[in-house]
Write a protein that binds this ligand. Sequence first.
Ligand SMILES: [Fe+2]
Length: 245
Amino acid sequence: MVINTNNLLKEFNENGYVIVRNCISPENLDACKVSIVKALKKVYEGDGGYEEIISDLNRYDKDSLYRFHRNTNELSCWTLIAAELHPVLESLGGQEAIPKLFLSGYLLGLARDKRLTYNFHQESSYMRIKDEMITAHFPLFYPSTRENGTMSVLKGSHIQGQLDFEKKRKSLNSYTDLIPVDISSLVEKYEEVYFDLQPGDCAFFSKYLIHRSNYNSSKYSRPVGVFRYFMNNEDNFEELTPGAL
Ligand SMILES: [Fe+2]
């Protein structure tokens, strides 16, 4: 697929994100789905489709769900999609950048489960690195919509740079939220934009952009692929455990 990369950088710099439509082919999304379902069936004895197995494991066997999920980061099928996204990263990085993919994987987006949603945060609070880090975020199986808890961003909030944050955790099984201090003023200041994404579309956003995931009130999960890129070739970052953040 040929992507028109004109103006991507300008839009990215203005808003802190850019959405590129139809940049991932259905064949490569299918290849990822096949690998994911195969990996899922390795940890599950019974029959059933993706949704049934995920919800069953979430209810009765969270350890297996966690193990399966952790192991999906290294699936080689991600490289098919990474190849399609590469031209976008090149144009977002500008002349000097050497984009480096350092993490691939996906988020489960469980239906009707508050435990695994993220409140407002910046990626830069979780990963302290010197240079820009761009996250690519794309729906895997179904469209991402308001109903199924698509991510939303505070448009233009990346110009704030690194913000101080408060640490919150709903329970020991939840993600650790690092919520920017005085988030209510920031929510008033910047427009909240909900990403409406079809399979094939991909959103790219800056490490400083304030964003969150939302409650999935639909019957189905909302699996999304997430790739992270350093925009230069260094790897001197510090990843901290939730307790040390
Ligand atoms: Fe995030």
